[in-house]
Design a protein around this ligand. Structure first.
Ligand SMILES: Cc1ncc(C[n+]2csc(CCOP(=O)(O)OP(=O)(O)O)c2C)c(N)n1
Ligand code: SF4
Length: 274
């Protein structure tokens, strides 16, 4: 059994997350994956933007950066370029990563820079009280959509896949054993890896949409998700109200820092010859 306290900044507790919030489940899943891999704390840099989920680096005893809203991947890119030996992990919300930070998200995937982005997708802006986010499903309520959102929502895993990420997976806090494995695989993948985690926000999303307690919302995940393997056997009608989980992409592509360093090296050698 893992000793979580080894990885936590106990002085920062109690944490700010509401009762029934799924963020703590994701945090523990990340810690179990790191513990299994066996990385030393100082080999890791965890970066976040702003949001409830983005408070995560405050609670862990790695090298950590709590940056500005939407800019976690941009800061993480700088860290990885300056210190390629670090294992860079970004923890971010659906709003942070795909609204204000959407541009950084797609271009980091396109570059295939070696980092892992764990997106806590609670379908809402939790920290600021429940504004609509790019993943709020159409028809669901938010403080800025009191009659239901009229916008189509993003498939944020699909977006990373289309943009060129090396590893893309979606899990839930209900399927926690699967989540541990998805995060472990993403951390070990060389290149840009994404794990989208569906996690309940009972306070800003569930309450407004009458989804019950955090436990009810986790039960909802159990009933409304199917694995990629199962999905292949279902008709479009059967899939209509289902969210697909599992690994969508696991490919090897040239990694950005390595490609950049090779270029620098070849230019240095050329300069020495002349
Ligand atoms: C430039 C800027 N714009 C807006 C904000 C306000 N703000 C802080 S967190 C946040 C939304 C966070 O939502 P999300 O990323 O989904 O994370 P969650 O809180 O749901 O985990 C916003 C709009 C800010 N801090 N900075
Ligand atoms: S507002 Fe939502 S996301 Fe934020 S801590 Fe509370 S339950 Fe979690």
């Amino acid at each position: 059994m893992i000793d979580y306290t080894k990885y936590l900044r106990i002085s920062k507790f109690p944490l700010i997350w509401c009762a029934g919030c799924g963020n703590g489940i994701v945090l523990k899943s990340i810690l179990r994956a790191i513990d299994k891999i066996g990385w030393a704390k100082d080999e890791i840099c965890m970066v976040s933007g702003i949001g409830c989920s983005s408070r995560t680096p405050g609670y862990v005893d790695f090298n950590t950066l709590h940056t500005t809203h939407g800019r976690a991947i941009a800061f993480a890119t700088g860290v990885k370029m300056a210190k390629p030996e670090l294992h860079v992990i970004v923890v971010t919300g659906d709003g942070d990563a795909t609204a204000i930070g959407g541009n950084h998200y797609i271009h980091a995937a396109r570059r295939n820079i070696d980092m892992t982005v764990v997106i806590f997708n609670n379908n809402i802006y939790g920290m600021t009280g429940g504004q609509v986010s790019p993943t709020t499903p159409m028809g669901m309520k938010a403080s800025t959509a009191p009659y239901g959102s009229v916008e189509a929502s993003f498939n944020i895993s699909g977006l990373a896949e289309a943009a060129g990420a090396s590893f893309v997976a979606r899990g839930t806090v209900y399927h926690v054993f699967q989540l541990d494995k998805l995060i472990e695989r993403a951390l070990l993948k060389r290149g840009f890896s994404v794990v989208e985690v569906l996690t309940p926000c009972p306070t800003a999303y569930g309450r407004r949409n009458r989804m019950g307690t955090g436990v009810d919302m986790i039960r909802w995940q159990k009933e409304h998700t199917v694995s990629v393997q199962e999905a292949g056997k279902l008709t479009p009608e059967q899939l209509q109200d289902k969210i697909i989980t599992g690994v969508f992409v696991d490919v090897d592509r040239p990694e950005y820092v390595e490609t950049y360093q090779k270029l620098v090296q070849s230019l240095r050698e050329r300069a020495q010859k002349h």
